[in-house]
Design a protein around this ligand. Structure first.
Ligand SMILES: C[S@@+](CC[C@H](N)C(=O)[O-])C[C@H]1O[C@@H](n2cnc3c(N)ncnc32)[C@H](O)[C@@H]1O
Length: 310
């Protein structure tokens, strides 16, 4: 089946260089999205960041562990560690006042009769020579204590879908993040909206205006210490967004240009390419280009009556 943009981009697998080879090897262990594009961007950012940045790495929300493994391969080259935090038993109960209907308690638990997620992950780490680099922490984030995590983080990846989970991991990660360290929050534009609401409440509380750099399709990246400047405009939801990560990604732009050739001048791919070319702050152009995707996210779940298990 051949899809149009943006769904077509979710199936893109040809990424260049060492990162591309590693991503191909970890793909069966990665959830999609953030894989492949937000993963690709984040790995590029980490590769540039680590040589000049102190601190360890943490992932909050690991599931089958593909992203922790990919982060671990870069961490290993710089003698750092990745703290891979997850219940390994799936999501806790959503809060219906803060999470729009979508997720259910137990999503991402191991499928009945299959080996436990933590066991599978630990074996993968050993097979890939990462046992000393990636440290699994099995707990609900709300139960993690100060002693469980390192004092300083260079990068934290928050990928846990729910308001309460993202709020708990923000409280753990943000104070540990080194000045100019990087925070990535997944599912920010997901219609369930828990992560976006958790960020809004958290950054209001700590009174730190931040800039959200968009990672395709619905993650955002925040650099600690970076605040909105004169060229940033507040969007309708009160946030400041930049599309810099997309605009500076030559592989993303090449693929998008090819997609415009395939899908035509009236396509959503063209809308996105044009808005990136004209204004790297045009979040409305971005939202508009992906307008069919936001509602398409609901479709696969409507079709499955069983909770999503791994
Ligand atoms: C979307 S998956 C993570 C996907 C993974 N980062 C990847 O890129 O493939 C979300 C994970 O978050 C975990 N999770 C969500 N809320 C949690 C919480 N409060 N405490 C611990 N784990 C949680 C779930 O168990 C699930 O494995």
């Amino acid at each position: 089946m051949i899809y149009d943009f943006p769904i077509s981009f979710m199936f893109h697998r040809q990424f260049p260089g060492d990162l591309g080879r590693r991503m191909a090897s970890a793909a069966p262990l990665c959830l999609q999205p953030p894989f492949p594009w937000a993963t690709w961007r984040q790995l590029n950012v980490l590769t540039d960041l680590l040589p000049g940045q102190e601190g360890q790495i943490a992932e909050f929300g690991v599931a089958k562990g593909g992203m922790s493994i990919l982060l671990g391969q870069i961490a290993q080259e710089h003698d750092r560690r990745v703290y891979a935090c997850d219940s390994f038993a799936g999501l806790p109960e959503p809060d219906p006042t803060r999470d729009n209907p979508y997720f259910e308690a137990g999503f991402y638990a191991a499928a009945e009769g299959s080996q436990l997620l933590l066991e599978r992950f630990t074996r993968e780490l050993s097979d890939r020579g990462l046992s000393q680099t990636v440290i699994p922490l099995q707990a609900f984030f709300e139960d993690l204590t100060d002693d469980d995590l390192p004092h300083t983080l260079a990068l934290a990846h928050l990928d846990s879908d729910l308001y309460g989970s993202v709020a708990a991991s923000l409280r753990l990660a943000w104070p540990r993040l080194h000045e100019s360290g990087v925070l990535v929050v997944d599912d920010f534009f997901h219609p369930a909206q828990g992560p976006a609401r958790a960020c809004r409440d958290f950054f209001n509380e700590v009174d730190e205006p931040v800039v959200y750099e968009v990672l395709f399709p619905y993650s955002v990246m925040v650099r600690k210490g970076e605040h909105p400047g004169r060229d940033d405009h507040r969007a309708h939801d009160g946030n400041f967004y930049r599309l810099t990560q997309l605009k500076q990604d030559s592989h993303f732009l090449d693929c998008l240009t090819r997609e415009v050739e395939r899908c035509g001048q009236g396509s959503s791919a063209r809308v996105l390419l044009q808005s990136l070319e004209e204004d790297e702050h045009d979040i409305y152009g971005y939202w508009y280009a992906l307008r069919e995707y936001w509602s398409a996210i609901d479709v696969p779940l409507a079709e499955v009556s069983q909770p999503l298990t791994l």
